[in-house]
Design a protein around this ligand. Structure first.
Ligand code: IMP
Length: 435
């Protein structure tokens, strides 16, 4: 597979998102995974959502890596897996003529399981936050990761332990007690139903569950093409994002290292997808958010609705400070600027070049923190660009873009301080300008 690999995709590389997620990295994983010997997903779980279109049809995935139709994919150690969701996705693929085997999907034995109580606790915790809810996807992500850091909860390998039923019973009792203490309805859990479901999942997933790190290392050490597939975005990183309005995993290059033991300095390129404008779903600070008709226009043209929850995404202008920061913590070496075509009809485009807080100006280099205690007060300072107002959809070369669009892209490149390697001007693989 590696023989015809373009130089860009040789070796161990990562594609991730340097914003608040959903920036269109799936397309670049699709491109990169054509050449990959293995794709490793490391962040989040069924909170993610991506659509994959190909000759088998259109698929809406949450857990399945986007590279699944192209090469061997691995759900890594730090992914949290809801067996219901995974089996549904496997069934969907099988019913459309793409059966899954260990030759195309492997699941880490150390991945944590998301079970009913995690979703229940997710909802209870959101209620307990009162007016300060995070707007989670409700998929049980936070509670599954908190069990992981508490060193409790069931992992994939537990399904195959000889005392699994005992482990399940203990877990059931503990989680029921926890939910009751949290004020939930612990009677809601169906012991027999859950156990039967897990036994079914155990049988079906058995050929794919294994210790994945030795295989990843073997491929990396042999110079094969290993591609890390990100999920969510670096501004949603548990620690370095807009905490607490973040997810519970590490969507940055550090997260790839935690999951695989391959450290950042051993990764050749980190391609960060960034939209040509701003967007986020869920609550939390977003200084360049638009509440007017322009925000609605971007949402409609950009189809900015969550794949997992269907929620309308909040839309706004490109934010150089947040993107510079997001790309830096992502460990990005290059940018894939996505959805440029969404701005085709816009008369005047704004870019946030600084924040003003309490009369003082801040740019990316003197940003005190990305946390809400600062960002909530940040007033964006904008530079205005004339829109190009022609379609960029069929453009294949950078020099063929309207001059105004070129100027816009070059301005972003200069100020984000990273090369924009790809510009995406439409959803299909062909709608991509490589530079
Ligand atoms: P959780 O990951 O479900 O706990 O949600 C925490 C925050 O992360 C919420 O604001 C979600 O909307 C956001 N989030 C989680 N996963 C994604 C994603 O894949 N794309 C965009 N936002 C996400």
């Amino acid at each position: 597979m590696s023989t015809k690999t373009p130089p860009y995709w040789k070796g161990t590389n990562v594609v991730l998102d340097a914003g608040w997620g959903d920036s269109g990295k799936g397309k670049f994983v699709d491109i990169g995974s054509q050449y990959a010997d293995v794709v490793v997903r490391w962040a989040g779980g069924p909170n993610a959502g991506h659509t994959v279109k190909n000759e088998h049809g259109e698929f809406k995935f949450h857990l399945m890596p986007s590279g699944i139709f192209n090469t061997l994919c691995i759900l890594g150690d730090t992914v949290v897996i809801d067996p219901h969701v995974l089996l549904e996705e496997i069934d969907e693929m099988e019913s459309r003529g793409f059966p899954l085997t260990p030759l195309n999907l492997l699941i880490s034995a150390d991945a944590s399981l998301i079970l009913e109580w995690h979703k229940h606790r997710d909802a209870l915790t959101e209620t307990a936050r009162g007016g300060k809810k995070l707007g989670t996807t409700g998929r049980g992500i936070g509670p599954a990761y908190s069990d992981r850091t508490e060193r409790t909860g069931l992992k994939m390998f537990h399904l195959y332990e000889s005392n699994f039923e005992k482990l399940f019973e203990r877990e059931f009792r503990w989680q029921s007690k926890l939910c009751k203490l949290m004020g939930g309805d612990h009677e809601a859990f169906d012991y027999d139903g859950m156990l039967a479901h897990l036994k079914n999942a155990r049988e079906r997933l058995k050929p794919m569950v294994q210790n994945v790190i030795p295989l990843i290392w073997k491929m990396h050490d042999a110079g094969k093409n290993v591609l890390g597939e990100g999920a969510q975005g670096s501004l949603l990183d548990l620690d370095l994002g807009t905490t607490p309005y973040v997810t519970s995993s590490h969507p940055t290059i550090a997260g790839f290292g935690i999951a695989t033991g391959i450290h950042a300095n051993k990764v050749k390129r980190v391609l960060a997808a960034v939209r040509a404008y701003g967007a986020r779903v869920g609550d939390g600070p977003f200084p360049t958010e638009l509440f007017d008709k322009m925000g609605e226009h971007i949402r409609e043209v950009g189809h900015e609705y969550g794949t997992t929850t269907g929620r309308p995404r909040r839309c706004g202008w490109f934010d150089i400070i947040a993107t510079w920061y997001g790309a830096r913590v992502a460990g990005a070496t290059h940018i894939a600027l996505t959805k440029l075509d969404v701005l085709d009809d816009v008369e005047e485009i704004k870019v946030c070049t600084a924040y003003e807080v309490d009369g003082q100006k801040y740019d990316a280099r003197n940003l005190p923190t990305i946390k809400p205690r600062f960002l909530d007060k940040a007033q964006p300072v904008y530079k205005t660009f004339p829109g190009w107002q022609v379609s960029t959809r069929s453009v294949k070369k950078f020099k063929e873009l309207p001059i105004k669009a070129q100027k816009y892209v070059l301005f972003l490149e200069k100020h984000v301080e990273l090369p924009i390697k790809f510009v995406s001007v439409g959803p299909d693989r062909e709608d991509t300008i490589a530079r």
